[in-house]
Design a protein around this ligand. Structure first.
Ligand SMILES: [Ca+2]
Ligand SMILES: [Ca+2]
Length: 462
């Protein structure tokens, strides 16, 4: 027995030695005088204050982001690294983060990676002339309104961003291989930093391959949504309840790349019309257009179904569907449950729509790469969803997401033509909300246009 334990212990040691990383830099701000020597601000508008084991950085400039940088000696610079830290923002409009691969001779060139109080994540590359190029900017389902951990990992031209330990985004760029680091604060921002850590390893974690939610823990971490404003979406008795009014629709979506997959949900219609569809959908990422490519697999309370792309809906009746509640002659109401499944078995094949174990149809009308999946609900419906899973592969199995991030709200994004005019300036400020805006309404320049799932297009206006 003793021998066995010894051998097992040796194995653990060997394993951990293989994955050991070297710390290139760390500051938990527990020693104020030491921290004071590690960071430097070169502009009057950026002030650092060390207290309570944290570092508060305030940028009073109204137009420019500011940095407090740390300079490495040449030997300590690494082109492979993982940089992380905790950031607390005072308000939703503020933004802060890190600069990596920073060079401060001339303009402060490098990669500016930030999170904003309303859940946006952004990366801007600043070159030696000081001009910026937006690399990405989108909404993360894993940011909270409190303290967030932001992490960026780099190797060669590969960058991965994590929010609170969850994969958020990847980008590639090889302009700046290595450099210094900095704490980044947007204009008019106060941010509290803590536990800054930089190691010399690369985190190879990629996008998730599955997502499951039983809606038992009362929040919607990991979900985003789009559709109409004002839809009632809530956790109700360990289920997700969506109630739409007239002319409202709702799409509850998880950012998940899928090729061959199984998706499933249990759904129960509790009220509303028996004519309108609810069920599962998949979507892609729009390229240069305002419309999110989307395919739905839904049923109605009147026991019909449809597999459809936008604008091509035909309902077919099917008696395997249970549908709307039944009210007996004595006034007792029976609520039914329908299990909906969408299965895609190979990369070029059809999508099978299965209800309560019976394949109702196969659908071939999907001509986009699937980057999101979830549940939808058209207008005038009261629908209860439970036990959602979407998983790459053939098993349809995935651990229920056991995330609990206080303060996370399901983010309400917008779909379709209405998204088109959502223009942001380079610091991420919304400058046009509705589609009433025309190109003539904004001054020439570079803007961001955000779509609902994985935003962002650079628009060069003439
Ligand atoms: Ca600390
Ligand atoms: Ca449940």
């Amino acid at each position: 027995m003793r021998k066995y334990i010894f051998v097992a212990g040796m194995m653990v040691l060997a394993l951990s030695a293989g994955t050991m990383s070297r710390t290139l830099f760390s500051d938990d701000f527990s020693d104020e005088a030491a921290s004071n020597q590690l960071w430097i601000s070169n502009v009057e508008s950026v002030k650092l204050q060390f207290s309570n084991g944290t570092c508060t950085v305030t940028n009073t400039d109204t137009d420019y982001s500011g940095i407090a940088s740390h300079t490495f000696s040449e030997n300590d610079k690494s082109s492979v690294f993982t940089l992380s830290g905790k950031i607390t923002l005072e308000s939703a409009s503020m933004a802060a983060g890190f600069v990596c691969c920073l060079s401060v001779s001339g303009a402060a060139q490098g990669y500016y990676i930030s999170i904003r109080g309303d859940g946006m994540v952004g990366v801007t590359k600043i070159n030696s002339s000081g001009s910026g190029e937006v690399v990405l900017s989108h909404s993360s389902a894993y940011l909270t309104s409190g303290t967030n951990e932001l992490k960026v990992s780099k190797k060669d031209d590969q960058f991965t961003i994590f929010c609170n330990g969850h994969f958020d985004a990847r980008f590639t760029d090889d302009d700046f291989a290595e450099g210094n680091i900095a704490l980044l604060v947007a204009p008019k921002t106060t941010a509290v930093f803590d536990d800054i850590l930089m190691t010399d390893d690369f985190d190879t974690t990629g996008p998730p391959t599955c997502f499951a939610d039983d809606f038992n823990d009362g929040d919607l971490v990991g979900w985003s949504s789009f559709g109409s404003e004002g839809v009632e979406v809530r956790i109700d008795e360990s289920t997700l309840r969506i109630t739409t009014a007239k002319e409202q629709d709702h799409y509850q979506v998880v950012d998940l790349p899928l090729k061959e997959f199984v998706m499933r949900v249990v759904v129960s219609l509790h009220g509303g019309t028996t004519q309108n569809l609810y069920g599962l959908f998949i979507c892609g990422t729009p390229e240069g257009t305002a419309t999110i490519p989307l395919a739905g697999f839904g049923i109605t309370g009147g026991r019909s179904f449809a597999a459809f792309s936008v604008g091509q809906t035909t309902l077919s009746p099917n008696s395997h569907i249970r549908g709307a509640p039944y009210v007996s002659s004595t006034g007792d109401t029976t609520f039914y449950k329908d299990t909906l499944e969408v299965i895609k078995r190979n990369a070029s094949g059809d999508y099978f729509f299965i209800v309560n174990g019976d394949t109702l149809t196969k659908f071939a009308g999907v001509n986009f790469d699937v980057t999101g999946a979830g549940m939808f609900c058209l207008d005038s419906l009261d629908v209860v969803f439970d036990d959602f899973v979407a998983a790459e592969g053939t098993t349809g199995e995935c651990p229920v997401r056991h995330l609990s991030l206080s303060g996370v709200q399901s983010r309400n994004l917008r779909i379709g033509g209405r998204v088109d005019a959502r223009l942001f300036d380079l610091s991420g400020r919304l400058i046009a909300r509705e589609n009433a805006v025309s190109r003539a309404d904004v001054v020439p320049g570079v803007y961001l246009r955000r779509d609902a799932i994985r935003p962002l297009f650079l628009i060069n206006q003439q």
